[in-house]
Design a protein around this ligand. Structure first.
Ligand SMILES: Nc1ncnc2c1ncn2[C@@H]1O[C@H](COP(=O)(O)OP(=O)(O)O)[C@@H](O)[C@H]1O
Ligand SMILES: [Mg+2]
Length: 424
C-alpha cells in the first residue's frame, strides 16, 4: 500500500515515523517533506498547497491514502478535489474545515450545539466593531476570522490596543482577507489544554490530553510562536475533563456538522481553556496540532494505518484504539531570531543518526534541508526533540539529554517544557 503525507514540519515527520512502524509496511511518500522525513519516505517537491499538483501525483503514483497535515490545503478544498478524483484521503472537506478557517462559523455551530465557549460577536464593519469594543470589559480578545498563521489573535489590555488591533485587521489588512471580519471575544482566565480526536463523521475517539507552549521564553514569557514544545498526558486533562470534552464538546460538534450536511472526517482539534473546572472552547482546528502531534502519536498503540482506514471507511466504532500509558515531552529547537526574522542554511551538528534512536527518544525534523552532505536549517522551528518515559519527569530528562547533544549557530529552545505539570 502507498501512503502520501502532505506537509513538511515536525508534525508530518511524526506522522511518517508512525506510519513507517505499521505492520502493513506501507510505501511512504511526503510532499514536500524535509531532511529528516527523507530517511523514511520519498520526498516529492510539490508544495502542500498545490492541490492540483498533489492530485496529479496521487493519480499517477496510484496512492492508496493521502493524509493532510497542515490547514491551508484543507481550506483550499484538497479533500473535495481528491474525492472527486476517487482518491482516498484523510481529512475534512472544505466545508467541514471551515471550523478552523472561519472562527465566526465555528462560533455559530458551537452556539447551535450548545458548546461552552467565550461570549463573542462577529463584525464585518469596522465602525460597528469600534463602537462595540468600547462597551467591553478589559482585557478583551480581538480575533481575525480566517487563517492567520497563529498571528491573528490579540489580547488587548487597554481600549487603545483593542482599537488598534481592529484597525490593523479590518482597515490596514495586516492579515489580508483573513482579517476583514473580526471577532470580539470575552477574555477567559484559566489554563489551556488541547484534546484532539479521530472522527469518521459519527464516532469520536479522543486522544490523550496535551499542552503546548506558545510563548518563546521560559516561564511563558515573550512573543507567541508556532509552539516551542509540548507534553502529554497533561494532568490538567483529568479523566473528568476528558469525559466532559468528549460528551460536551467533541461529540456534539461532530453531530452538529453531520446535521449541517458537512460531516467532519479526520482529526478534530479542540483548543480549550479550563476555567473553574469546566472546559471552554477557544478554537477548533481541522487537523492535528504541531507540536502536539509529536507528543501524542508516539503514545498510540494501535496501528495508525488501521485508524486511517477505519476513519475513511466510516467504521471507527468497530476499532478499539489503544494508548501506551507512558509520558512524552517534546522540545523545539529554533533558529536565532525566531519568531522574528531568522537566517536559514546554517549547518546542524550532533544530530544523532536515525538508527541510534531508541524507544525513549526521537528527533523529529521541522525546518531542515539537505545541502550536499550536510543538514542545514530551513525554517524558524528546526527540530522537535522527543523524550519518552514512564513519567513526565523522565520524559523531560530524556528530551533535554538529546537536546544538549545537538547544536547550530543561534539555536534557542525553552528549558522548562512541561513546567506547569511538574511544579505540582
Ligand atoms: N477568549 C480568550 N481568552 C483568553 N485567551 C485567549 C482567548 N482566545 C484566545 N486566547 C489566547 O490566544 C491564543 C490563540 O487563540 P486561538 O483562538 O487558539 O487562535 P489561533 O490558534 O488561530 O491563533 C490561545 O492559545 C490563547 O492563549
Ligand atoms: Mg490556537
Amino acid at each position: 500500500m502507498k501512503i502520501l503525507v502532505v506537509g513538511s514540519g515536525g508534525r508530518e515527520h511524526a506522522m511518517v515515523w508512525k506510519l513507517a512502524q505499521s505492520r502493513r509496511q506501507p510505501v511512504l511518500y511526503c510532499a514536500p517533506g524535509n531532511a529528516g522525513i527523507a530517511s523514511l519516505a520519498t520526498c516529492i517537491p510539490i508544495k502542500s498547497d498545490d492541490v492540483a499538483g498533489l492530485k496529479d501525483f496521487a493519480i499517477q503514483e496510484k496512492i492508496d491514502v493521502t493524509v493532510i497535515g497542515p490547514e491551508a490545503p484543507l481550506a483550499l478544498g484538497i479533500v473535495d478535489e481528491f474525492r472527486t478524483a476517487r482518491l482516498r484521503v484523510f481529512g475534512p472537506t472544505r466545508n467541514a474545515a471551515r471550523l478552523e478557517a472561519s472562527k465566526s462559523f465555528a462560533k455559530e455551530v458551537m452556539a447551535q450545539a450548545k458548546i461552552l465557549t467565550a461570549h463573542s460577536k462577529s463584525f464585518e464593519k469596522i465602525d460597528d466593531a469600534l463602537a462595540y469594543v468600547e462597551r467591553q470589559k478589559l482585557p478583551v480578545v480581538i480575533k481575525a476570522d480566517g487563517l492567520a498563521q497563529g498571528k491573528g489573535v490579540i489580547i488587548a489590555s487597554t481600549q487603545d490596543q483593542a482599537k488598534q488591533a481592529i484597525v490593523d485587521s479590518m482597515e490596514k489588512a495586516v492579515f489580508g482577507q483573513a482579517g476583514k471580519q473580526v471577532l470580539i471575544e470575552q477574555f477567559l482566565d484559566g489554563e489551556e489544554l488541547t484534546i484532539m480526536a479521530f472522527t469518521d463523521g459519527k464516532t469520536v475517539v479522543p486522544m490523550p490530553p496535551a499542552q503546548d507552549h506558545k510563548r518563546v521564553g521560559d516561564g511563558d514569557t515573550g512573543l507567541n510562536t508556532g509552539g516551542m514544545g509540548a507534553y502529554c498526558p497533561a494532568p490538567l486533562g483529568t479523566t473528568e475533563i476528558q469525559d466532559r470534552v468528549r460528551r460536551e464538546v467533541l461529540q456534539p460538534m461532530v453531530d452538529a456538522m453531520a446535521r449541517l450536511g458537512s460531516p467532519f472526517q479526520g482529526v478534530l482539534y479542540a483548543g480549550l481553556m479550563v476555567m473553574h473546572g469546566a472546559p471552554y472552547v477557544l478554537e477548533f482546528n481541522a487537523r492535528m496540532g504541531d507540536p502536539e502531534t509529536q507528543v501524542v502519536l508516539p503514545l498510540l498503540k494501535t496501528d495508525l494505518v488501521d485508524v486511517l482506514e477505519a476513519v475513511s471507511e466510516h467504521r471507527l466504532d468497530q476499532l478499539s484504539v489503544e494508548w501506551h500509558p507512558d509520558a512524552t515531552v517534546c522540545v523545539v529547537m529554533a533558529s536565532g531570531g525566531y519568531p522574528g526574522a531568522y537566517q536559514q542554511g546554517i549547518p546542524l551538528s550532533g544530530l544523532p543518526p536515525a538508527t541510534t534512536l531508541s524507544d525513549s527518544s526521537m528527533v523529529f525534523h521541522a525546518g531542515t534541508a539537505r545541502r550536499g552532505h550536510e543538514i542545514v536549517t530551513a525554517g524558524g522551528r528546526v527540530l522537535s526533540v522527543l523524550g519518552r518515559g514512564r513519567t513526565l519527569l523522565e520524559a523531560q530528562g530524556e528530551a533535554y539529554r538529546v537536546v544538549k547533544t545537538i547544536s547550530f549557530e543561534g539555536c534557542h529552545f525553552r528549558t522548562d517544557i512541561a513546567h506547569q505539570a511538574l511544579k505540582a
